[in-house]
Structures are given as structure tokens and as C-alpha cells.
Design a protein around this ligand. Structure first.
Ligand code: NAI
Length: 299
């Protein structure tokens, strides 16, 4: 079945270039009305430009519907106004892709607290701002699809990206609670961890790889994750046409009592504590407590 977005209104943040632009074009091509948000700054978040406007022109030239928004995701009030304008013009907001991002890479030893805060503010607080701005509307509509953008750095780490990695795993954490709170209102929340040749990665990829990892090879996952029949609480890796799923797992663990309930006991049983045989993927935090109770009851 063809996945379409007719009658759906989508907001894509940071859609003036790279992955966001690709998502916006692809959503519009499949019938969505798209708010193209972008501050239009440089890779480190300084400056402004009319990047969003250019993407809107591209969408319109291809026969689609779009409006631009030059607000910053770090400004909650601007995000509230963006949502209000979309609702006023098109009657609602059904899809939000939190994609805007910046980089200020440095080893942690050399990273200033200001650069840590700034990157967390754009990625994590910025996504929380946009999500909060659409949340009530999505609850009223009993329909919402939200995509957070994490990264392999957040999930697995990368030298020189402590600020970015902390923000990115935070976004997977945000997904995990919002999917629970949104379930009753048909709001589905997922996380994508893309790998793509964009200005964010242009100095990391050799030219050939840059082409192989073009953003259009990530967009199919993003579109599926905000579609009518999307799953919820998924963490999906996407790059160069390869799609993967990542999970936060919990091992069966080991109950320690008596003298063994000590740091030495933990050390002695480390291999059993970390043994992945029979590990689970809890669907909520309380499932960890339940697994502990079961262990105490000996089952
Ligand atoms: P990009 O630099 O082309 O896109 C990011 C966009 O966000 C830019 O157009 C920028 O102007 C915009 N932006 C920055 N601060 C903003 C703000 N305060 N308000 C509104 N817009 C703002 O880079 P790319 O690669 O397309 O990145 C998109 C997302 O994917 C980011 O969240 C990035 O961290 C993430 N990502 C990208 C990877 C890659 O391999 N390209 C890897 C993992 C994650």
C-alpha cells in the first residue's frame, strides 16, 4: 500500500538543508502540507539565512504546499507561534519531525561549558520546545506522529562529541516517556539515528561515501515513522539504504544476598550480571522493577 500524507500537516525543523530538506520534499510529494522551519545559521549555530524559504519555493515549484518559518527551536514562544499559524492556515498539525541541529565538536577536556549547553539546548531543549508546542493540539486531534533525531553518537558514543551525544541520547529518552503519555491519544513517538552526507558530515566522509550516504536514502525511514501505521517507541538507524533497529536492553541479572551483597559480591558475579542470555527490552521503566520483583520471588 502506498504511504500518503494527504490531509496531513507536517512541521519539519531544520529543513532548510540536509536531511530536513529531504524529509520536507518527500512529505510534500506524498501530499502533506509542510511547514519548513529553519533558522538558516551555520553549522555551529551562528548567523541566519533564508534557507527555509528556498525549500518552500522548491516544494511549490513541484506542485506541493508549504510555508516557511524562520524561528529558532530554542525559542519556545516562536515554536508556539509557528504551530498556531499552521493550525490557522491548514487546520491542524499531525506530524512533527524534530530535526534541527548544530555541532560544536571538541574533546571534553577542551569543551567550554557554554558549548556543552548550547548544543544540548538546540537538540534536546529545542525538540522539547517544538513537541510541547504541538502536544496539546495532537491530544485534541487524537492524532500525532513525532520523530526525534538521535545519532549513533548518542546511542554508542563518539570522540569529541560529549555535548552532542548527551543531547542525542536524551532525545531517545524523551521518546520513551512521550510514547507512553501519548499512546491514549494516538500519538506515536519514534527516534531516528541517521547517517547521511550533509554539511554536518562533509568533512568526515570521503567524496564517494558522501554520495552513497545521500539524505534520500534516510528519508524512507523517517516517512514510515511518521505515517498512519507507524510503530511507536522505535529507535531506527538509517543510512545509505540500510535500516536497523536499536534497543535498550536489560539482562536477567543476579540476586545477591548475605555476604555477597557487597562490592566484592558484585565483582565476583560481574560475568553473570552482564550475561546477555535471556535479556529483555522493557517497554517502560516499571518493567525493570517488575523484573526485580520476579527475581526476588525466584521466578
Ligand atoms: P544540517 O546542518 O544540514 O541540518 C541541520 C539544520 O538545522 C540546518 O539547516 C540548520 O540551519 C538548522 N538549525 C540549526 N539550529 C537551528 C535552530 N535553533 N532552529 C531552527 N533550525 C536550526 O545537518 P543534517 O545532517 O541534515 O542534520 C539533521 C539532523 O540529523 C540533526 O539533528 C543532526 O544532528 C542529525 N544527524 C545527522 C547525521 C548525519 O550523518 N548527517 C548523523 C546523526 C544525526
Amino acid at each position: 500500500m502506498t504511504i500518503r500524507f494527504d490531509d496531513k500537516v507536517a512541521i519539519v525543523t531544520g529543513a532548510g538543508g540536509g536531511l530536513g530538506r529531504e524529509y520536507a520534499l518527500a512529505l510534500a510529494k506524498r501530499g502533506a502540507k509542510v511547514v519548513v522551519n529553519d533558522l538558516g545559521g551555520s553549522r555551529d549555530g551562528t548567523g541566519h539565512s533564508d534557507a527555509a524559504l528556498k525549500v518552500v519555493e522548491e516544494i511549490k515549484a513541484a506542485g506541493g504546499k508549504a510555508m516557511s518559518n524562520g524561528g529558532s527551536v530554542t525559542d519556545y514562544q516562536q515554536m508556539v507561534e509557528m504551530v498556531a499559524k499552521a493550525k490557522e492556515t491548514w487546520g491542524g498539525v499531525h506530524i512533527l519531525i524534530n530535526n534541527a541541529g548544530v555541532l560544536r565538536d571538541k574533546s571534553f577536556a577542551k569543551m567550554e561549558p557554554e558549548d556543552f549547553k548550547f548544543v544540548v539546548d538546540v537538540h534536546l531543549n529545542g525538540s522539547a520546545n517544538c513537541t510541547k508546542a504541538v502536544w496539546e493540539l495532537m491530544r485534541e486531534q487524537a492524532y500525532g506522529r513525532i520523530l526525534m533525531t538521535a545519532s549513533s553518537t548518542g546511542l554508542f558514543g563518539n570522540f569529541g562529541q560529549a555535548n552532542y551525544g548527551a543531547a542525542k541520547l536524551g532525545l531517545a529518552g524523551l521518546t520513551k516517556t512521550l510514547y507512553l503519555e501519548g499512546a491514549k491519544y494516538n500519538i506515536k513517538v519514534n527516534t531516528i539515528a541517521p547517517t547521511a552526507g550533509t554539511r554536518m558530515t562533509e568533512d568526515l566522509f570521503p567524496e564517494e561515501a558522501f554520495k552513497a550516504f545521500s539524505p534520500d536514502k534516510v528519508a524512507p525511514a523517517a516517512l514510515y515513522l511518521v505515517s498512519e501505521d507507524a510503530p511507536s517507541n522505535a529507535i531506527v538507524g538509517a543510512g545509505a539504504g540500510v535500516f536497523q533497529a536499536a534497543f535498550v536492553t536489560l539482562t536477567a541479572g543476579k540476586l545477591l544476598t548475605g555476604d555477597e551483597l557487597s562490592p566484592e559480591g558484585v565483582a565476583a558475579h560481574w560475568a553473570e550480571i552482564t550475561d546477555r542470555t535471556g535479556e529483555i527490552v522493557p517497554a517502560s521503566g516499571s518493567e525493570q522493577s517488575i523484573s526485580i520483583m520476579k527475581k526476588l520471588q525466584g521466578s
